[in-house]
Design a protein around this ligand. Structure first.
Ligand code: ADP
Length: 476
């Protein structure tokens, strides 16, 4: 058993904007359950978090965080939830804003958070053997842990959940916010900027990412987001471990958000669909398949492909619902689409966990034609709710969805390879053909029902990585 400290910027059920939060909210439990690891999690304490969580927290201490020539105060809180210990770092300036990201000084905010995490190690009632940081917001903790050695023997792991977001800011931040010798700039600088993600890639003992395919892809310039040469250099230390989902949390037979709970019965999915379409004011039509998208509305999710062909696909007898928030360009597009097809299309431009669950439960098809996808959890959730995923063959989508093959009867979804709108349209038409053929459709659903993406296997893979890092003499 090793002592692991996860560092991240979001975690369910406290605060979530995307898949990172789902992983932070379920992997520690899985590591405990499946591989007997002690994992604790440290997060920023955002004003945005619900009071029900804040009210349960135990105040531990207040300490100063030195940022260049100035100091900021941090308060440390603790909360036990679902058998896991969480620590939270509060600060009156950086985390008292609406939402959690999207501010001009996000870089500085998470540089502060990272310094505070390292400083907090002196105050915690816990001595981690491995600091496991997730995504750019936690990247600087890896660099500081390696340079400052707050715990001499502590090892570091950095997990890339999305290489696109790197936490890039002007280099003068190094002088203003760090108390390190100038020689350390080299490990943190990339392309003339201070880069949080690169800092972690440079300093981490091991680097992981969230699917085997993405681990390969990011060494290539097309997927490498300008940083592939570093990943090539560190190739021997880069491991892809496929994410799982919390199958207790995402369980259609117990999910309280649904109108009707079910295991796999299509009739019960239909009952959910009828009530859902009533809820969102879409006129239900028997026999018409429901296609959905639930996502952050950003280019990554393949929305330009969708935009290019959706009018043509809507000539078919189908319903389409999108739930998402993000780039105004896509919000405007989907709102306009819904106006033009009031009987077929609904665009719900908000973040709504309950509605998302009801959509997963009601839909026949889940569309996720991503340009790139480190792992993707939505397609796993869709499968869990017996909804057929339609994906582009990239990253974790490629590792979790295989295209249905009429001749062999194999495959749990539909997929296409090239980033090409007409390839998406073709596969959408093909999905409709299979939907209309009872034998093929039943075959496909059998495969969907068998798909399982729990954390079990991946938890063991992480445990092995920890065991290789921490010499046995230190293991408890
Ligand atoms: P990413 O992390 O890139 O956003 P993932 O597929 O890994 O993509 O995870 C997305 C998670 O966020 C899923 O749990 C999905 O259901 C959820 N989600 C995305 N947009 C919304 C929304 N508008 N309302 C509710 N849940 C959403």
């Amino acid at each position: 058993m090793s002592n692991i400290l996860f560092v991240a910027s979001e975690c369910t059920p406290f605060i979530k904007t995307g898949g990172l939060a789902d992983v932070m909210g379920s992997l520690p439990q899985a590591l405990k359950r499946e591989a007997k690891q002690e994992v604790r999690v440290i997060l920023p304490l955002y004003d945005e978090m619900d009071d029900i969580w804040k009210d349960q927290m135990e105040y531990l201490t207040t300490f100063d965080v030195q940022l260049g020539w100035r100091k900021q105060e941090a308060q440390l809180f603790k909360l036990e939830y679902d058998q896991i210990t969480y620590y939270f770092i509060a600060n009156d300036y950086y985390f008292t804003r609406k939402g959690i990201y999207g501010y001009y000084d996000d870089g500085e905010r998470f540089v502060f958070f990272s310094h505070a995490v390292i400083e907090s190690l002196r105050h915690l009632d816990y001595r981690p053997e491995v600091l496991h940081a997730h995504d750019w917001q936690a990247g600087i903790t890896v660099a500081l842990a390696n340079i400052m050695k707050p715990i001499e023997e502590m090892k570091t792991i950095f997990t890339i959940h999305n290489l696109k977001y790197q936490g890039v800011m002007p280099l003068h931040i190094f002088d203003d916010f760090f108390n390190l010798r100038r020689e350390h700039i080299a490990g943190m600088e990339w392309d003339g900027m201070l880069n949080c993600l690169k800092s972690a890639l440079f300093h981490a003992d091991k680097i992981t990412t969230v699917s085997p395919s993405y681990a390969e892809e990011i060494k290539d310039p097309y997927y490498g987001e300008g940083i592939h040469t570093i990943l090539q250099e560190r190739s021997d230390d880069l491991i892809g471990v496929l994410n799982g989902i919390d199958t207790k949390e995402y369980n259609p037979s117990t999910d309280p958000n649904l109108f009707v709970n079910y295991r796999s019965a299509r009739s019960k999915k239909r009952q959910n669909r009828i009530k859902l379409e009533e809820e969102i004011s879409l006129p239900y039509k028997d026999g018409t398949p429901l296609y959905i998208i639930i996502t952050r509305l950003v280019e990554q999710k393949g929305l330009y492909l969708v935009q290019h062909i959706l009018d043509e696909f809507l000539e078919e007898d189908v319903h389409f619902v999108v739930l998402g928030t993000g780039d105004p360009e896509f919000e405007i597009y989907f709102a306009d689409l819904a106006n033009r097809y009031p009987d077929k299309v609904k665009a719900i431009l908000s973040f709504d966990e309950g509605l998302a669950r009801r959509l997963y439960a009601s839909a026949d098809f889940f569309m996720m034609p991503s340009k790139f996808e480190p792992c993707g959890l939505s397609q796993l959730i869709a499968l869990q709710y017996k909804t057929v995923p339609i994906v582009r063959e990239t990253g974790g989508l490629k590792d979790s969805v295989s295209s249905y093959n009429e001749w062999t009867g194999e495959g749990n979804g539909f997929s296409f390879m090239n980033y090409n709108a007409h390839d998406l349209l073709n596969v959408l038409h093909y999905s409709l053909t299979i939907y209309g053929n009872t034998t093929e459709w039943q075959n496909l659903l059998k495969n969907v029902n068998k798909s399982q993406f729990s954390w079990k296997e991946s938890a063991h893979q992480y445990a092995e990585i920890y065991a290789n890092l921490v010499p046995e003499s230190i293991l408890g």
